[in-house]
Design a protein around this ligand. Structure first.
Ligand code: AMP
Length: 423
């Protein structure tokens, strides 16, 4: 996944590449699209996860979409527990906003207030602050918070540990009630959850660190089946189980597209998401899935990582991942937060080795089941022959593509003219 595919503007992409970042971190992949959709977000992210850019970039983009307000009142407020963190966060804002017209400043206690008051007087769009100094300056009339559109509580757990709860509440009371709220915290204690409940509005939960061990709550089933019968089996499982919200993983983008088409043919609404789809197409597929219009979302590992999908009752591995850790990430999409979930894997002969690796990683034996209508008959020789045939077919397709690309211009135009309605 690239920063561009997250929907960030050229001005921000330029700053990102100047910083030398190549790919978004997990928290960035998850949080940026949600923040751009102006959702409230409750994020679990540690220092070092890239969380600052995870909120700074989308905030800059949102603010930059509108011309600056007259006199530049504060539109985004970031509260941090310490001055070091405040300074660091503002440094990042400054760097990421280099190619925009947005201004930011930082205020914290322990140093003279006058330079800070002067900086505020000129107007800033983004203010990074520690709570005590913020309240002081607000009391003195050096700033107004009445135009704040976005609030971030950064390292909220540390803020509570340091006794800032009362100050946070005082700040909240100074903000307009209609605003976007983002809470970042390394841990989710009872107190953090309580605070989140008090001021976040239908928050989306995002986690930077998916659980690394298989959760006992997840019921794992493995079916041994021939490759050629996997589609029939998955259709049977979904139809007979009457499952309404299923996330299916494939190893390749083409595999995701093919399976999604076959499910549609079987009258099971489906959408594929992977790296070749635009951000818009992915967002549409995801919201259709969340709203229940799309029953099956077929995804590749990489595409799924950046998505925030709520707890799901069923996750199916149409193919096993060749990296065992991906299995744990995939099935972690079900059965989280105390709910039970079911993870099914369809394993063909060529994937038995992957299954062994996964068993080793999770320290658990996954005894495969065989369904009577789906008795595997494939031999290794057949699997190898099928793979060789697939390779040849791919090479033929590529060479056909190249050839038609050489001559294609006129002939395809001609066809379009002749057969307008035929598609
Ligand atoms: P944070 O967790 O926000 O404190 O960020 C930790 C460090 O990672 C900071 O020094 C950032 O400059 C850096 N960083 C943030 N995002 C990325 C990225 N996508 N690629 C490489 N470095 C990053």
């Amino acid at each position: 996944m690239s920063f561009k595919s997250l929907g960030l503007s050229d001005a921000l992409l330029k700053a990102i590449s100047k910083k030398g970042y190549e790919t978004p971190s997990v928290i960035q992949q998850k949080a940026i699209p949600l923040i751009l959709e102006q959702k409230d977000v409750l994020a679990s992210a540690q220092t070092g996860s890239g969380k600052t850019a995870g909120f700074a970039l989308p905030i800059l983009q949102i603010l930059n979409n509108e011309p600056p307000l007259r006199r530049r009142p504060v539109r985004a407020l970031i509260l941090t527990p310490t001055r070091e963190l405040a300074a660091q966060v503002q440094d990042e804002f400054k760097e990421y906003s280099e190619f925009t017209d947005l201004r930011s400043t930082v205020i914290f206690g322990g140093v003279g207030a006058n330079p800070q008051i002067n900086a505020l007087r000129n107007g800033v769009d983004i203010l990074v602050a520690t709570p005590g100094r913020l309240l002081d300056l607000e009391n003195q009339g050096a700033l107004s918070l009445s135009k704040v559109e976005i609030l971030v509580l950064d390292e909220a757990d540390r803020m509570l540990d340091m006794g800032f709860l009362r100050d946070i509440k005082k700040v909240l009371a100074l903000l307009p009630s209609k605003r976007q709220n983002l809470l970042f915290s390394a841990t989710f204690s009872k107190e953090i959850k309580k605070l989140a409940n008090e001021f976040l509005h239908h928050p989306v939960l995002v986690e930077a660190t998916p659980e690394n061990t298989t959760v006992e709550k997840i019921h794992q089933t493995v079916y041994r089946v021939d490759k050629a019968q996997k589609t029939d089996l998955i259709i049977k499982l979904i139809s007979e189980g009457n499952w309404q919200q299923v996330l299916v993983f494939t190893r390749t983008k083409h595999g995701a597209n093919r399976l999604s088409e076959k499910l549609e043919k079987a009258k099971i609404t489906s959408a594929a998401i992977h790296g070749n789809k635009s951000q818009g197409a992915r967002t549409r597929a995801l919201s259709g899935f969340k709203e229940g219009k799309v029953r099956v979302l077929v995804a590749t590992d990489i595409a799924a990582r950046g998505l925030d999908i709520p707890l799901l009752p069923h996750v199916i591995n149409f193919e096993l991942p060749n990296i065992s850790e991906d299995y744990v990430h995939r099935i972690g999409r079900t059965g989280r937060a105390g709910a039970s979930g079911e993870a099914l894997s369809l394993v063909s002969l060529d994937e038995v080795g992957y299954l062994k690796d996964i068993e080793k990683l999770i320290g658990e034996r996954l005894q495969p089941k065989i369904l009577s209508d789906f008795q595997p008959t494939e031999t290794m020789a057949e699997v190898k022959a099928a793979e060789a045939e697939k390779k040849k077919e791919k090479a033929r397709r590529q060479s056909r593509g190249r050839n038609s690309g050489d001559r294609g211009g006129t002939s395809s135009k001609g066809q379009a003219k002749r057969g307008g309605g035929r598609r």
